[in-house]
Design a protein around this ligand. Structure first.
Ligand SMILES: [Zn+2]
Length: 218
């Protein structure tokens, strides 16, 4: 008997005897961290990036940003130290290579802003992320997208033209990177998300008080 893909309403046969998913959902699981997860696009993250930038602009002298940048620099230093280490697994070395590419292309501040924005998105749209694992992979993918080094040109012998090819991050390297980013920025990210919520609630309360006061005018 052929097994059916575990994803509800999919109905396609499982990719193999050992796979709970069909070929398509198996591939989505690898790329996105969950068979039901779709990529968080840069446009979708943009409003949350704006929230973080506004918070930074309102608190330019806060030591928080420097601390968080320091955490990224720590990740980058660790990557440089271990990238060619024989004791690291090949997945750890692949994750280190990703970190070094991002670090070479992008200021620490940008990495911090995008990581914090991802935590605010998660808090505000919890249903958008299917699992913790999916969140960490999406976090890794958005931060990685800050580097331009994952696309390159390849010569196509059939057409005699150059083609732009996209180099995928391996799922294991993505999981390692996502885990490092979550450890470094998760605490601050979730606190910032709660601060946004409290401010919105205060603004809503003020608007309500004003409306009520207007109703009561004689
Ligand atoms: Zn399926």
């Amino acid at each position: 008997m052929t097994r059916i893909c575990k994803v509800l309403d999919c109905g396609a046969p499982a990719a193999s005897r050992y796979s709970p998913h069909c070929h398509r959902h198996k591939s989505v699981l690898r790329r996105q961290g969950d068979p039901d997860q779709t990529a968080i696009r840069v446009t979708e993250l943009a409003p949350f990036v704006r929230l973080v930038r506004r918070r930074v602009a309102r608190n330019p002298d806060s030591p928080l940003w420097e601390h968080l940048e320091g955490r990224w620099r720590g990740i980058a230093e660790e990557a440089r130290a271990g990238a060619f280490s024989a004791v690291w697994s090949r997945h750890e070395r692949a994750a280190a290579a990703e970190v070094m590419n991002i670090d070479a292309d992008c200021p620490a501040r940008e990495i911090v802003v995008v990581a914090l924005a991802m935590f605010i998105l998660w808090r505000e749209r919890p249903a958008r992320l299917r699992s913790d694992r999916a969140f960490r992979l999406q976090l890794a993918r958005r931060v990685r997208a800050l580097s331009g080094r994952h696309s390159g040109l390849r010569y196509d012998h059939q057409t005699g033209t150059q083609k732009r090819v996209y180099r995928e991050m391996t799922p294991k390297a993505g999981a390692i990177l996502g885990h490092k980013l979550a450890l470094a920025f998760g605490g601050a990210g979730l606190q910032l998300a709660m601060l946004e919520e409290r401010e919105r609630e205060r603004a809503r309360q003020t608007a309500e008080d004003i409306n009520q006061a207007i109703k009561e005018l004689k």
